[in-house]
Write a protein of this length. Structure first.
Lengths: 229, 306
């Protein structure tokens, strides 16, 4: 269960520029939530708060009963290992191979060599990169990069997946592949939060849709939501 | 637990090595800079060695002779000698008897018939017995002289040549002191520059991987998990550079050594470094690895803040 209680954030310590303004939100375990809104509305900020990349100015964010502000900075990696994140710009480790990119996410969780050697090819097979284990990210297409990023986000079986404009750099076919993958993950019980401004994608998913505008939630369609701003 | 540690160590070293290989262009550049830095250190060590030989050569030449009157007995002179030796200020005291002084004088002027003839005409030995005093530390000659002035056999002493040598001794002391002080400052300044150059080079190398480090943080890597391979990488730059310098330095020293020896007879650079090879090479590796690891450690800290 994720709760945002009256959350306000500002831009780079400048109190005159509010990004989120008194946001209240509850997301239950296993939900698939699309967050939509124009660029600069605060969608990414909402996600970055959950991994404590940034902290709110006011209000609190509670994950499974724990107020994120109270997590000491040493324990932040532990929080991030519960959450898988997929970004618009992929954020792949460019100096590491496809295999090593995914293996890294397992290593940080303390997995041993044997687990890594058996699980990584499996997940890469699932996302359709089974034959690219030794390739480097710059040798992959945009769609392949995003599928690699999803494989990395999934490998440690996180309870929550955050996807920030995962289709932003992809064509329509690749976008649908990525969304189908996210929906499959959601069916297996993982909470998925998708920030996007891709109308087709949101309408195809047909689940809960939250609209944000100028840092405020303006609409929350609990079921079969459509892309409406 | 131990297995865990072994696996971690294996991972850290293999990731460090892989990074080193994959960034080979950058790694070679950084190693190259560290090679220059370690050459600078070796050069400074050579300079220090030469300076110390110059200084000790100069100080070696300084001594004080105490000449005794003819009525002083050998026993009395030996009493003065043992007094001096127990004063704790002298390195050694050499007794030169009248006969020995004459022998030495004759030898020195062996080719000079005029001197030989004049000596032969004399009935008795005109030279005085003396004590030749070398101090532990050349700044102590003045106190040695004061010590002699207060000795109970003072009346037996005819003259002490310190008063004639005083100015020379003072100049030698000033020069050797200057060589030490300026040499030390010079060494420190160059060492500081070397450290700054290494640090900045490694910082640029790591800055190049800033984004990677931030991504590692975002996928849940703990600080040490991310940092350790970079420390190993930094250590590898240092170790490789030390190896290169160790291989290149000895042939260079071998080549330069005779040229220095022709300027400063008896000073052999190559034999100094050969006899200290088991100190010098480990020291190179120690400095190289320490510089590499510390620079990486400081440089990476900035990027782990996310």
């Amino acid at each position: 269960m994720i709760e945002f209680k009256n959350v306000t954030t500002i831009y780079d310590n400048d109190e005159s520029v509010e990004i989120l303004n008194g946001v209240n939100l509850e997301i239950k375990d296993g939900e698939f939530v699309s967050i939509i809104g124009p660029a600069g509305a605060g969608k990414s900020t909402l996600l970055r708060l959950l991994t404590r990349e940034i902290s709110p100015l006011k209000g609190e964010i509670v994950l499974d009963g724990i107020n994120l502000a109270q997590i000491p900075s040493k324990a932040i990696p532990l929080l991030r290992r519960k959450i898988g994140t997929v970004y618009q710009d992929f954020k792949l480790l460019s100096a590491k191979t496809v295999f090593e990119n995914v293996a890294f996410a397992m290593e940080v969780c303390g997995a041993d060599r044997g687990e890594i050697d058996s699980d990584v090819p499996k997940i890469l097979g699932i996302v359709g990169l089974g034959d690219k284990l030794k390739s480097f990210p710059h040798q992959l297409s945009g769609g392949e990069k995003q599928r690699l990023a999803i494989a990395r986000a999934l490998i440690h079986r996180p309870r929550i997946i955050l996807a920030d404009e995962p289709t932003g750099n992809l064509d329509l076919v690749n976008s649908y592949d990525v969304v189908k993958l996210l929906m499959k993950i959601n069916e297996l019980g993982t909470t998925v939060i998708l920030a996007t401004h891709n109308r087709e994608v949101v309408n195809a998913i047909g689940k809960r849709v939250i609209s944000i505008e100028k840092g405020k939630i303006v609409r929350d369609q609990i079921e079969n939501g459509k892309y409406v701003i | 637990m131990i297995e865990n540690f072994q696996e971690t160590a294996k991972r850290v070293f293999s990731v460090g090595w892989t990074n080193f290989k994959r960034n080979s262009y950058l790694s070679m550049g950084t190693t190259g800079v560290m090679v220059l830095v370690l050459f600078l250190f070796s050069g400074l060590m050579s300079l220090n060695f030469l300076a110390s030989r110059i200084v000790s050569g100069l100080e070696e030449k300084v001594d004080v002779s105490v000449y005794f009157k003819n009525d002083a007995s050998e026993e009395e002179i030996n009493r003065v000698k043992s007094d001096l030796e127990s004063s704790g200020m002298v390195k050694n005291v050499e007794y030169v008897s009248k006969d020995k002084a004459l022998d030495e004088f004759k030898q020195r002027h062996a080719g000079d018939t005029l001197v030989q003839d004049s000596l032969a005409e004399l009935d008795e030995n005109p030279l005085q017995a003396s004590l030749n005093v070398k101090a532990d530390d050349s700044s102590q000659y003045a106190s040695i002289v004061t010590f002699l002035e207060g000795n109970k056999f003072r009346s037996l002493v005819d003259k002490i040549n310190f008063y004639e040598n005083e100015q020379v001794i003072a100049r030698v002391l000033a020069i050797s002191g200057g060589i030490w002080n300026w040499g030390f400052l010079f060494t420190m300044a160059l060492a500081l520059i070397a450290i700054l150059v290494t640090f900045n080079t490694i910082r640029l190398t790591i800055y190049n991987q800033k984004q990677e480090i931030e991504i590692m943080r975002l996928v849940g890597g703990s600080n040490w998990h991310i940092k350790a391979p970079y420390l190993v990488e930094g250590g590898m730059y240092g170790a490789l550079a030390a190896a290169v310098v160790a291989v290149l330095f000895y042939p260079i020293a071998f080549f330069i050594s005779p040229k220095i020896e022709s300027l400063m007879p008896g000073v052999s650079l190559i034999s100094y470094f050969v006899s200290n090879i088991f100190q010098f090479i480990p020291l190179l590796f120690f400095i190289g690895i320490l510089l590499g690891v510390t620079s990486s450690f400081v440089a990476i800290r900035r990027f782990l803040k996310i």
